[in-house]
Design a protein around this ligand. Structure first.
Ligand code: SER
Length: 351
C-alpha cells in the first residue's frame, strides 16, 4: 500500500521552512519537491525529498506512483521582481508548474477515490491599481476589485487561482462522465510576509524584511521604496497558521476560491522607526528604485480579509506592535546573536 502523505513544493523557501516544522510537529508524513536539495535542518523532518522541477512531469509521476498524497501545499514560484527579468521562465514555473501539480492532484484524487486538498498561496500581486491616487482612495480592497495586475507574477497568480477553480468545479465539463471535484482547491492571497528566520529573495515586498534583518545586524540599508509606501504585511507564524487552518476547514464553509489575508499595513517609514528604535546601530537610507516602486504602488494599501475571518476563522495573532515586540525583535536578536561580520543584505534588484 502507498503511504498517505502531504506534498510540499518549494519546500526550501521561506514559507516552506515554517510549514515543514509545523507539519513535522504534527507527526505528518511529508514529501517535498524543490529545485534544490533541502537544507540540512529541514531534511530530517521529511519522509522523502525529491530534488527537481515542478515542470518535470516524469518526476511528478514517480511521486504519484510511490505515495498517496491527500494534501498539497504548492509553494514553488518565482516572485514578482525576479519574474520581471525572466517572464518566460516565470510563466513556465508559476503557470505550467501549477498546471502540472493540478493535473497530478486530479490523478491522485482519482486513484484514491477522494479529492486532494490543494492549498495555493496567491498574492497581493494579483491586484493592480492604476495609480497612487486610486490606491489611496481604494481603502480596503475586496477580492474581486482591481484584478488587473501589472506584473508577470501577479498575472500568473491570478490565472492560477482561476485554473484551481476550474479543476475544482468544471474540469472536463463536456465529458460523458465529468470527473470534476477531484481537486479541492483552496487559495489565500498573502500580503507581504516577514520571517524572523529567513530573508526572502526575488520579491518586491522584500524591502520590509530586508530592512529588519539589516537593522538586526547593525548594518546600513538602502530602502528601494519611498518612506510613505504602504502595503499589507503579516508575519510568518500567522501565514503558516493560515495555511494550516484553511487546509483543515470544512469544505462546505468555504464560499470563495481565493481569500484575502492581512494583519497590519504600515508605511516603510513606520517599519523603519520601529527597527531603528529596537536596533540603535541600524541606519536606513531612502534610495527609491522608481520601477520597483511602481509595482508596489500598484498593490493595495490594505485589503478586506473579512471573508477569511467569516468562513474559516482566520485570525492573525500579531498586530503591528505585537509582531515586532513578541516575535520579530526577540527572534531576530537570537538568530544573529553569534554573528560578527556578515555582508550587507542586498537592497538591489536580485539577479
Ligand atoms: N512577496 C511577493 C513579492 O514581493 C508578493 O506576494 O513578489
Amino acid at each position: 500500500m502507498r503511504a498517505s502523505s502531504v506534498l510540499v513544493t518549494g519546500a526550501n523557501g521561506e514559507i516552506g521552512h515554517g510549514l515543514l516544522t509545523r507539519l513535522a510537529a504534527e507527526q505528518r508524513s511529508i514529501v517535498t519537491l524543490d529545485i534544490a536539495p533541502l537544507e540540512p535542518s529541514l531534511a530530517g523532518l521529511v519522509r522523502r525529498e525529491f530534488t527537481g522541477s515542478i515542470t518535470d512531469r516524469g518526476l511528478l509521476e514517480r511521486i504519484l506512483a510511490e505515495f498517496e498524497i491527500d494534501l498539497v501545499f504548492h509553494l514553488a514560484a518565482l516572485l514578482s521582481t525576479r519574474a520581471e527579468f525572466t517572464p518566460i521562465s516565470a510563466h513556465q514555473v508559476n503557470v505550467d508548474g501549477t498546471l502540472n501539480l493540478l493535473e497530478f492532484s486530479h490523478h491522485e484524487g482519482e486513484s484514491h477515490g477522494r479529492p486532494v486538498v490543494f492549498v495555493y498561496p496567491s498574492s497581493i500581486a494579483a491586484y493592480g491599481l492604476p495609480d497612487l491616487e486610486t490606491k489611496m482612495r481604494a481603502r480596503r480592497v475586496r477580492e474581486d476589485e482591481w484584478n488587473a495586475p501589472t506584473t508577470m507574477y501577479g498575472c500568473n497568480k491570478l490565472y492560477c487561482e482561476h485554473l484551481g477553480r476550474y479543476y475544482a468545479r468544471h474540469y472536463k465539463q463536456l465529458a460523458a462522465d465529468p470527473p470534476a471535484g477531484r481537486v479541492d482547491f483552496r487559495c489565500v492571497r498573502f500580503p507581504g510576509l516577514i520571517s524572523a528566520l529567513t530573508v526572502p529573495s526575488g520579491g518586491t515586498s522584500d524591502y520590509a524584511p530586508e530592512m529588519i534583518h539589516a537593522a538586526a545586524r547593525g548594518q546600513a540599508y538602502a530602502c528601494f521604496v519611498r518612506p510613505d509606501t504602504r502595503i499589507p504585511f503579516m508575519v510568518m507564524p500567522d501565514a503558516i497558521d493560515a495555511l494550516l487552518r484553511l487546509a483543515s476547514a470544512s469544505r462546505e464553509r468555504l464560499f470563495r476560491t481565493a481569500y484575502n489575508l492581512t494583519a497590519f499595513s504600515p508605511t516603510a517609514d513606520e517599519i523603519c522607526q520601529v527597527v531603528t528604535r529596537a536596533f540603535p546601530r541600524a541606519s536606513v537610507q531612502w534610495n527609491t528604485d522608481e520601477k520597483r516602486q511602481r509595482i508596489v504602488d500598484s498593490w493595495p494599501a490594505d485589503v478586506d480579509d473579512s471573508a477569511a475571518r467569516r468562513d474559516w476563522a482566520f485570525a492573525p495573532r500579531y498586530d503591528f506592535a505585537g509582531a515586532f515586540e513578541e516575535y520579530l525583535i526577540p527572534t531576530i536578536r537570537e538568530r544573529y546573536k553569534s554573528e560578527c561580520q556578515i555582508p550587507n543584505p542586498k537592497s538591489q534588484v536580485p539577479k
